[in-house]
Design a protein around this ligand. Structure first.
Ligand code: OOG
Ligand code: MG
Length: 242
């Protein structure tokens, strides 16, 4: 394999220049997380800070859409906060549950007790690979296609299982339920804790956690995007308001 740093540089350049690249195809899971770590270091060197983490492939709909079968974890950065349009290759949007960590997750308390708020969110994903085609390890290396996110109003944390989810992107619309997220988004928190421990990913106070899309992703429409989840404040962006 090419050195992790070398692959990270290729992915970083693809992202900063919004140019798609062929996928790698043959990384191991260990190598892929090493590339992701190196990629985050490049972003930090460019002045960004880590603002959170995200899970991917926590719903069957997403796994089927992308042809993969296990949960993945990526990092959110300051450069992704509120980023919904500029310099993207072939962006898609996803409806997400966002949690906020009120304290470090360091094993001294269960992760559910470290969460202090919940909100509806929209994630913008933008694979750096041609046609959004990649293997399970390619997408880990590419920081799980992370590109942007927008969070609705935070609310005190409560059980958000079994809630109806609606996502609109321009004229496209999809509906689902938070039950699609590993049965309940709280299970995504537990899955996150396990992967983070195994892969050396810190979980710090103040971090945002995106629990994974409840539905398939829709192409990002430049027009108007809205996500609503029962019991949470709706979140939207784009030119038109309704
Ligand atoms: C990977 C990102 C998946 C999710 O919520 O499942 C993800 C991709 O589909 O390109 O963010
Ligand atoms: Mg997502």
């Amino acid at each position: 394999m090419r050195a992790a740093v070398n692959i990270a540089e290729t992915l970083h350049e693809a992202q900063t220049t919004a140019t798609e690249i062929p996928n790698f195809g043959d990384l191991t899971v260990e190598d892929a997380y090493e590339v992701q770590h190196a990629l985050i270091t490049l972003r930090e060197r460019a002045g960004e800070t880590v603002t959170g983490v995200k899970l991917g492939f926590t719903s069957e709909a997403k796994m089927k859409q992308m042809g993969v079968s296990e949960v993945i974890v990526g990092r959110l950065t300051s450069g992704m906060a509120g980023r919904t349009s500029e310099n993207l290759i072939h962006p898609k949007v996803e409806p997400e549950i966002a949690y906020r960590l009120g304290r470090d997750v360091d094993g001294s308390a269960p992760i559910e007790e470290c969460v202090d708020a919940v909100a509806a969110a929209i994630e913008v994903i933008d694979s750096r690979y041609r046609d959004f085609r990649f293997t399970y390890t390619d997408v880990i290396a590419d920081n799980t296609s992370a590109a942007g996110y927008v969070i609705g109003d935070w609310q005190p944390v409560t059980d958000v299982g079994g809630r109806a989810v609606r996502l609109t992107s321009g004229t496209a619309h999809v509906e689902g339920s938070t039950s699609a997220i590993l049965g309940n988004p709280a299970n995504a928190l537990r899955a996150l804790e396990e992967v983070a421990r195994r892969r050396g990913i810190p979980l710090k106070a103040g971090y945002v956690v995106l629990a994974g899309a409840a539905t398939v992703a829709l192409p990002l429409s430049g027009d108007y995007v809205e996500c609503s989840i029962d019991g949470l404040a709706p979140v939207s962006f784009g030119g038109r308001t309704r």
